[in-house]
Design a protein around this ligand. Structure first.
Ligand code: PLP
Length: 375
């Protein structure tokens, strides 16, 4: 979390612990703080405050959106992309509808012809804004236009994209949009769901009727305030060149690593990509071994997305892009933020090159994985 986000949160952890549904003075202060945060989150995506519902995570936002679409839509398939996050894929798979996954090209972008072919039998569409492994950005405005022209509602999982690329629900008139605070320097365990004003909605959580009946649960005031502050800062970062600075770090890292190593390939479209993400494959290198070496060197990165780490299956995202299994198992995702420096990008590149060279030597020698620990 950014230091200002922590500061904004602390008074609601240390001092005012009132329930915002109360009628006493402290409760009204808490309510007012929630209202401000709602406006801040709304402003980040060009929405009205009343269109924002706070949730407990990106996953909850996604599940809530899909629950509403599933409950209120008529017959038809759940139309998603093949590269969705498991929050989408596992939810639709658990339901009663047939699920259709739209293919992506080798650049990681949705194949719009496949989308069009699948629309006539769909009940609703859920396609992500930016991918959590490759960072590839989808043509959201076109997807929404195509779905709406068939009368279909659209949800987008914008958990990775919000705060890293401009998203405006008026320009990209999506019906439901999920976001998560920890992806833009807010706290973990805080999400929000944009619900277009006037859209039919059916809540996932029933109870005390908080969030205008759209998400019952006593509000996490500290988390909501922190998410609001993070959203305010993220909006500034999108406008003041901070995102471009992050892109410079990422590009420099990529340029150093790719020019310093043979057999290193970047995955995903080079242009339509979140500014902070670099997804690279290293020929003849097992990603799990690389992760160990890089962790030892103080570099925190991941094989696939963090959510996939620990599972040894090649990522469904890479397979959907037609990346062969061996290459998929030799891929790492590196992410940069406004808290990183150019010097750190250089160090990360140097250490990545050294780790790849070391692993290639060991893998080729037949000595086995134990040797990678030898200094
Ligand atoms: C694209 C995407 N959707 C959904 C989620 C889930 O968000 P959360 O971890 O806040 O539940 C993630 C988390 O990494 C994500 O990357």
């Amino acid at each position: 979390m950014l230091p200002d986000v922590v500061e904004a949160m602390l008074p609601w952890l240390r001092g005012n612990h009132a329930n915002p549904s109360g009628n006493y003075r402290m409760a009204k202060l808490a309510r007012k703080a929630i209202d401000t945060a709602r406006e801040q989150v709304a402003a980040l995506i060009g929405a009205e405050a009343g269109e924002i519902v706070f949730t407990g995570s990106g996953t909850e936002s996604v599940n809530t959106a899909l629950h509403a679409l599933d409950t209120l839509s008529g017959e038809g398939t759940a139309l998603v992309s093949a590269i969705e996050h498991s929050a989408v894929l596992r939810y639709v798979e658990s339901g009663r509808r047939e699920v259709v996954q739209v293919a992506v090209g080798s650049d990681g972008r949705i194949d719009l012809d496949s989308l069009c072919a699948a629309l006539p039998v769909a009940a609703y569409v859920s396609i992500m804004a930016g991918n959590n492994e490759t960072g590839v950005i989808q043509p959201l405005a076109e997807i929404i236009h195509l779905a709406h022209s068939m009368g279909l509602p659209v949800h987008t999982d914008a958990v990775q994209a919000v705060g890293k690329t401009p998203i405006n629900v008026r320009h990209e008139p999506v019906d439901l949009l999920s976001l998560s605070a920890h992806k833009f320097h807010g706290p973990k365990g805080m999400g929000a769901l944009y619900i277009r004003s006037g859209l039919d909605f059916s809540p996932l959580l029933h109870g005390g009727g908080q969030e205008n009946g759209r998400r019952s649960s006593t509000e996490n005031v500290a988390g909501i305030v922190a998410m609001g502050e993070a959203a305010r800062l993220a909006k500034i970062a999108l406008e003041d060149g901070t995102i471009e600075k992050i892109r410079t770090l990422r590009d420099r890292f990529e340029q150093l690593v790719m020019s310093g190593l043979s057999g290193c390939v970047r995955n995903g479209d080079a242009t339509f990509r979140l500014a902070n993400t670099s997804h690279l494959s290293f020929e003849s290198c097992d990603a799990a071994g690389l992760l160990i070496l890089l962790d030892d060197a103080g570099i925190a990165c991941s094989a696939g997305s963090a959510c996939m780490t620990g599972k040894r299956k090649p990522s469904h995202v890479q397979l959907a892009m037609g990346i062969p299994q061996t290459r998929a198992k030799s891929s790492l995702r590196f992410s940069f933020s406004c808290l990183n420096t150019l010097e750190e990008a250089d160090i990360a590149a140097t250490k990545t090159i050294a780790a790849v060279e070391k692993l290639r030597r060991v893998q080729g020698s037949g000595i086995g994985p134990v040797a990678i620990y030898t200094p």
